[in-house]
Design a protein around this ligand. Structure first.
Ligand SMILES: [Zn+2]
Length: 626
């Protein structure tokens, strides 16, 4: 996933650290499933997409292994599902009804589904269990969009977002990254619409209203994904292409035209691409994230369509997840840095080959600045890469720590051991743990054995433990620098001191990153008049680049520059990606006078946002004392 929520601030209020003695890092505290007794190997889905009822209904057949011969009860994760019947295959191959019941509801984790195996149950190496069900009205993975919230405005659209623990709201299953499954699916839709999944999409499939999918590689449940809408396809290369609504198709094909090159380079750098095709699905604006790395088919925000390829680092990020995350997966949400930190590192390696070291350094500096701001505000307990996470909402447990501190750890190791040795290590890591899930501790052991001990005297195990278990950054952590960003910052200062006039600033040759840094480097004491001159000269309020808009409107809100509030509200209505809107609301709420205004703007835009985005903004708009 690419940069989700704001920070861990709210999270620290929600969860409590548990005691040192009882915490088990290999246990998933966010699933009810008894995976020590039963493990799912494969799921067959047969689901009908009913737009008028806003419901998926049909069945899931789970192919399971009983690994504890004495176990007689299967516990699955659900949230809001209505279960109408469960059948289990018995010794003679027939399916017999099984008794089942729901356990106690939990606001975050949902409801355990407890199934008693029939008396004549006789498992072979694998047994089948068929669950008939339909989804509930508040299924947290599903966003049902009416036609007016799509680009075309004529057809409804639905997409899933299963990470972190939302797959259970549309499929009854063992919803933990510790279990990997293959799946097949038959999806019934209105005839004029197309369904796509994180599976073997056939770009030439005829529109019949019945679509068949197969995902032959085992994936964790959070990567099971579905979208249905007025979707069309354009190829970008032999293995790559883009799906989206026809109104957006040309812009998307132009913006992401480099995807095949990216895939070829990534395969050279990180090892063979294991997933067959790599396609993109560009979603309507309410998609809450920059991208979601659903295998074979990354889900992408339309806010990347800047018209100049300037935001394609998000594509590099999602593609890199094909190795870190999708191939080698974090065992639990507490180990998320293994997915996100490693992916951020791979993203910058890819961008360095595709663009330049300068561009990568710019991104690294901006990421570092976000990280340092985050470290100032969050509880030290959550500044460790691998803290003791046993309760709360894993969606809130996402922030710059996993992404940027994780990336810095890998950069630190690369510097210490040299790129050649480190690349060898990373390649072997992806090979040795392909299609496996691992904990931070397993990573540490592997690192120790295969890098630290092979080249002794460079980095000790306890130095790496400091990164994993201690707050802040170690004193010898790398500090990114960028000459171009330093120049932009110097010019911001020079202009504010009257030493430069606006038309002497070479913004035409600047990257969007340099422009963002320029905006962030403006001194606090600028008059409205000066901000107005700047806005007019640089076109900040009407920037086509969503990240420049984000950076500018955060400053607009902080500085209470009311002349730009109308455009600020337009920004909040144009984008649905959490990263682009939630910090602007937060800046308004915290500027000392605009909390009410922020709430009014939120009330007006709320209908366009995804529930995850709504949750994030709601946290930002709580009174400070909450
Ligand atoms: Zn990611």
């Amino acid at each position: 996933m690419r940069r989700a929520t704001l920070s861990l601030t709210a999270f620290t209020i929600l969860i409590s650290a548990c005691s040192q003695d009882t915490y088990d890092p290999s246990h998933d505290y966010f699933s009810f499933a008894n995976t020590d007794q039963f493990v799912t190997r494969h799921i067959d889905l047969d689901l009908t997409v009913d737009f008028s009822a806003e419901q998926l209904h049909g069945n899931a057949i789970l192919h399971m292994d009983r690994i504890d011969p004495s176990a007689t009860e299967v516990i699955l994760d659900t949230r809001g599902l209505h279960i109408s019947g469960i059948h289990v295959a018995v010794a003679d191959g027939s399916m017999v009804p099984a008794e089942f019941g729901l356990g106690e509801d939990d606001a975050i984790e949902g409801t355990p589904l407890i199934i008693s195996l029939p008396a004549d149950f006789s498992p072979g190496s694998e047994f089948r269990m068929k669950i008939d069900y339909r989804t509930g009205p508040d299924a947290s993975a599903l966003q049902w969009l009416p036609p007016e919230l799509t680009a075309g405005g004529k057809h409804p659209f639905i997409f899933t977002q299963s990470q972190a623990i939302h797959a259970r709201s549309w499929i009854p299953l063992q919803d933990t990254p510790a279990v990997r499954i293959t799946y097949s699916a038959i999806i019934h839709t209105p005839r004029e619409l197309l369904a796509v999944m994180s599976a073997n999409n056939d770009p030439l499939t005829p529109r019949t209203g019945e679509y068949h999918f197969d995902m032959p590689q085992p994936i964790p449940s959070y990567l099971v994904a579905l979208a249905v809408g007025n979707i069309f396809f354009v190829p970008l290369g032999d293995q790559t292409g883009v799906y989206t609504e026809p109104e957006v198709l040309d812009a998307a094909a132009f913006e992401f035209s480099g995807t095949q090159d990216m895939l070829d380079i990534a395969s050279e750098l990180f090892g063979d691409y294991q997933w067959g095709r790599y396609d993109l699905l560009v979603l309507p604006p309410s998609f809450p994230y920059g991208g979601m790395e659903n295998p074979r088919l990354s889900f992408i925000t339309p806010s990347l369509l800047a018209g100049d390829h300037s935001l394609v680092s998000v594509i590099a990020h999602e593609l890199a997840h094909s190795w870190s995350g999708n191939l080698v997966t974090n065992a639990t949400w507490r180990d998320q840095w293994l997915n996100e930190g490693t992916t951020s590192y791979l993203e910058s390696r890819l961008m360095e080959v595709l663009y330049s070291k300068d561009r990568v350094d710019e991104e690294r500096v901006l990421g570092y600045e976000e990280l340092m701001l985050n470290i100032e505000t969050i509880d030290p307990v959550w500044q460790a890469l691998a803290p003791q996470l046993d309760s709360g909402d894993p969606d809130s447990f996402q922030g710059t720590i996993h992404y940027h501190k994780g990336q810095l750890l890998l950069e630190y190791l690369e510097h210490a051991f040299g790129r050649e040795s480190f690349d060898k290590f990373i390649g072997a890591y992806f090979e040795d743990f392909a299609f496996a899930t691992i904990t931070s501790e397993k990573f540490l052991d592997y690192l120790d054995e295969n890098l630290l001990q092979v080249h002794q005297g460079k980095v000790s195990r306890s130095q790496v433990e400091t990164w994993l278990y201690e707050p802040g950054l170690p004193s010898d952590a790398p500090v990114p620098t960028s000459a171009t960003l330093e120049q932009a910052a110097a010019m911001a200062l020079a202009w504010s001191q009257g030493e430069l006039v606006l038309n002497e600033i070479p913004t035409g040759s600047w990257s969007p990153q340099a422009m963002r840094h320029f905006i962030n480097s403006l001194p606090a004491e600028l008059s409205d008049d000066e901000l107005g001159q700047l806005d007019q000269a640089l076109g900040l309020s009407v920037a086509g680049n969503a990240e420049i808009g984000r950076t500018w409107f955060i400053q607009v809100a902080k500085r209470q520059y009311q002349a730009a509030y109308e455009n600020l509200e337009k920004h909040l209505n144009r984008y649905g990606r959490t990263r682009l809107v939630a910090p602007v609301y937060r800046a308004l709420a915290e500027n000392g006078s605009d909390l009410e205004l922020a709430r009014e703007m939120f009330a007006r835009a709320r209908g366009k946002y995804h529930p995850l985005t709504i949750a994030s903004i709601s946290r930002a708009l709580q009174p400070a004392s909450d």
